[in-house]
Write a protein that binds this ligand. Structure first.
Ligand SMILES: Cc1cc2nc3c(=O)[nH]c(=O)nc-3n(C[C@H](O)[C@H](O)[C@H](O)COP(=O)(O)O)c2cc1C
Length: 195
């Protein structure tokens, strides 16, 4: 494992199609989820949970997506349907991170949702820490009410992401990164509106 700063400076997502076996064993998976759950969480609400897709369940999920697409569009090509079937076919593990954020007397819902995002990124880091690669995806099925019902989400819950985890068959070159200059301002108290 590279040191933490080197990892943070160089980590790159690997497309799910380039992730294959092996995936983590159950002890490693438990450690990865433990790390993922170790995030800032205002109010200690733990407003997130995990859905694991392993083994045949990954293929069953893809088959269910293809069935759904076919039911909605009888003209959908076999190639298109196969793409749906293959959604979770490559990476040996997919972790669905569910945001359970809801109204709370003290903690704004927005902060609960941000915490779920932190869980996703921590999970990605944990995967790399254990020598795997990962990609955080949502795609259409993260927003489809029928899919969400099939996954057992409550009406107030949302998918923060499907984190695909496995061994990279190739490492992509880096993508363009934002230049900091355009992202930073110094707050100037003398420039307050109306003064
Ligand atoms: C919430 C969220 C959802 C994402 N959903 C998708 C997606 O559906 N499809 C996709 O190609 N990339 C998606 N991405 C981007 C991937 O994670 C992508 O691999 C990443 O931006 C590459 O950046 P990196 O190299 O810094 O990891 C999503 C990212 C986030 C934060």
């Amino acid at each position: 494992m590279t040191d933490l700063l080197t990892h943070l400076r160089t980590r790159r997502s690997v497309p799910a199609a380039n992730l294959g076996a092996p995936g983590p064993d159950s002890e490693t998976l438990t450690d990865m989820l433990t790390i993922a759950a170790r995030v800032p969480d205002h109010g200690k609400l733990a407003p997130w949970r995990f859905i694991l897709f392993e083994g045949d369940a990954r293929l069953a999920f893809g088959a269910a997506l293809a069935d759904l697409v076919k039911r909605r569009d009888r003209e959908a090509s076999e190639e298109f349907l196969q793409r749906e079937r293959d959604r979770f076919a490559s990476a040996p593990l997919v972790v669905g991170v569910v945001s359970c954020a809801g109204p709370h007397p003290k903690i704004p819902e927005w902060e609960q949702i941000l915490s779920a995002g932190a869980v996703c990124l921590n999970l990605v880091h944990a995967a790399y820490g254990h020598g795997f690669a990962a990609q955080w995806l949502t795609e259409w099925y993260a927003y489809d009410p029928e899919v969400l019902a099939m996954l057992g989400l409550e009406p107030h819950e949302q998918m923060a992401g499907f984190v695909q985890i496995g061994t990279a068959d190739s490492v992509p070159t880096d993508r363009a990164r934002p230049t900091l200059a355009g992202l930073i301002t110094n707050w100037d108290p003398a420039a307050r509106a109306g003064e």
